[in-house]
Design a protein around this ligand. Structure first.
Ligand code: 5GP
Length: 186
C-alpha cells in the first residue's frame, strides 16, 4: 500500500473553496453561469464550489483523455504527463454555450495542455464570457501560457491525489489532498 502524505487538509480546502465561491459570486452578481466540469477529477470540487455560489447556476460536463502517449501511472508519477500529447474529447458539452457565462471547473492546472484545448473548443461556441476555476495549480510545470482566473492553491511539482484526483483511478474519494511519494514507485 502506497504511503500518502497529506498536503492540504480538508478544512483548508473547504475554507479556500468558500473564498473562491465568494469571489465568483461577487464577479457574476445578478447573472447566470454555466459550470463546465472536466471529468472526472473536478467532480468533487464542482460539487463543493457550486454550493458556495449565490448565483443562478447550471452544470455541464466535458470529458478528455490524451491520445496514446499518456504514460503509465508509474511513469506519470516519475516524469509527469508528456505535454506534447494531444487531447482527445471523450464527452462534449450537452448544450450550446452561446452568449452564456461559462466557468470551466478543473481539478489541477499542470502543463496547461488540457485547458488550452478546452478553451479553444468552448470559445468556438461564442460564450459571453469564459473563465477557468482550478482548485490546484502547478505553475512550475507549465508548457503553454495559461492562467486560471480563480485558483485555489499553488503547489510544488508533486503528484497529488484525493478530493477527486486519482492515481490509476484510485484515491479520488480521499477527503484531503495528498502527495504520492515518487520514491515509492517503480
Ligand atoms: P495539463 O493538461 O494541464 O498538463 O494536465 C491537467 C490534467 O493532468 C489534470 O486534469 C489531471 O487529470 C492531470 N494531472 C496533472 N497533475 C496531476 C497530479 O498531480 N495528480 C493527478 N491525479 N492528476 C494530475
Amino acid at each position: 500500500m502506497t504511503e500518502l502524505k497529506v498536503l492540504i487538509e480538508r478544512d483548508a480546502i473547504a475554507k479556500r473553496v468558500a473564498e473562491m465561491g465568494a469571489d465568483i459570486t461577487r464577479d457574476y452578481a445578478g447573472q447566470q453561469v454555466i459550470l463546465v466540469g472536466v471529468l472526472k477529477g473536478s467532480a468533487i470540487f464542482l460539487a463543493d464550489l457550486s454550493r458556495q455560489l449565490k448565483l443562478d447556476a447550471t452544470f455541464d460536463f466535458i470529458g478528455v483523455s490524451s491520445y496514446g502517449n499518456r504514460p503509465s501511472p508509474t511513469q506519470e508519477l516519475k516524469s509527469g504527463w508528456d505535454s506534447t500529447g494531444e487531447v482527445k474529447l471523450t464527452k462534449d458539452v450537452d448544450q450550446s454555450m452561446k452568449d452564456k457565462n461559462v466557468i470551466v471547473v478543473e481539478d489541477i492546472l499542470d502543463t496547461g495542455l488540457t485547458l488550452t484545448v478546452l478553451k479553444k473548443l468552448l470559445l468556438a461556441h461564442q460564450p459571453r464570457s469564459l473563465k477557468i476555476a482550478a482548485l490546484l495549480d502547478k505553475p512550475s510545470r507549465r508548457k503553454l501560457p495559461l492562467q486560471g482566473d480563480y485558483v485555489g492553491f499553488t503547489i510544488p511539482d508533486e503528484f497529488v491525489v484525493g478530493y477527486g484526483l486519482d492515481y490509476a483511478e484510485r484515491y479520488r474519494n480521499l477527503p484531503d489532498i495528498c502527495v504520492v511519494p515518487r520514491e515509492s514507485h517503480g
